[in-house]
Design a protein around this ligand. Sequence first.
Ligand code: LLP
Length: 415
Amino acid sequence: MQHFTDRNGELYAEDIPLAAVAARFGTPTYVYSRAAFTQHYLSYSEALGSHPGMICYAIKANSNLGILNLLAKLGAGFDIVSLGELERVLRAGGNPEKIVFSGVGKTPEEMARALDVGIFCFNVESEAELEILAQVAAEKGKVANISLRVNPDVDANTHPYISTGLKENKFGIDIKRAPAVYARAAQLPSLSVQGVDCHIGSQLTQLTPFLDALDRVLALIDELAANGIAIHHLDLGGGLGVTYRNETPPEVADYMAALKAKLGDRKLSLMFEPGRSISANAGVLLTKVLYLKPTEHKNFAIIDAAMNDNIRPSLYQAWQDIRPVKPRTEQAKKWDLVGPICETGDFLGKDRELAIEPGDLLSMMSTGAYGFSMSSNYNTRGRAAEVIVDGDQMHLVRARETIDDMLRGEAVIPE
Ligand code: LLP
């Protein structure tokens, strides 16, 4: 998190004190660093270098229009999983020809819109989906570029909820079945086979699972070539982990060098769908201590951010650092940082050593990925504001949700 630093005893985002963001926009607020997003994206595009391919940011990690626009300006492609995400990319100025469409449940309507705007490729996740896509494209007189997302059955060694490449997971097509499905796809005139896709999980901190998956996918590509089906691109999905605490994930450059070394003389362009590794350490969640409630058993600090703002601790037992914006010199005590929501699972951190008082600002670090994008209105709490810091400037890129925003569309029934 090198763009969020301590200066003169207080926490900054780039050249802006976080306290100034809170003073202007209130709390809870997600604060993103433009420089961090840029640096993380460039680490991919530079590591890819002159090798043909594309970096398609997985927008589910953080889909704010302001962020997508920054990445589009850097030349990024995008990995989407819904019509909503497609429209976000288009409104943010993303190039449709750099979009890949993943997801196990694409509807015919979503397929039609993606075909109309001319996306780069559909990552098809089942045989049933393949048939529907072929029909939708045929009805439009179009040809859909496809790759099959194969499930290579490798263990990503990550949290079970974010592991996707095991045969018991719902994702992709069993790699053993893939040759038959490719043969079927090759017969359908409204489909054009372009690539192979595989995404085995998220927050991977070792190279081995990626390389094991790659070995299996390359063997498939060779088999397909022998059957007369040429594959042009290899999409390795996302999944590279980040440091939340003391994890030591591989560097992007080392990851890519290891992959390129395995390609041999196969002429394959390389696609990636990174989400977390671009956004997690580019954002923080700014929150305020409301009340301190020391009890005989535990010290609770009730803060104004809750599980509806960041569900990762409750859902995955995720640990994300929580730091005072202006550290105090008093003796620290252990606190459970809990939100105002009526659930025991509503905590953002447990047993954190902190010296805090009501009114203090805290910064939950590494929350740029799967933070706001997984937030909800549970307990009818408006979602947080989002701000991008760019040097010494701050820009509100999503206003805090109001009561009217939340109730829009609801009605009472007539008597
Ligand atoms: N491509 C596909 C097809 C995916 O399903 C995902 C993430 C990505 C790319 C991006 O993966 P990343 O580079 O971010 O690891 N909410 C969870 C993470 C869920 C990941 C879902 N798929 C969390 O907060 O840990």
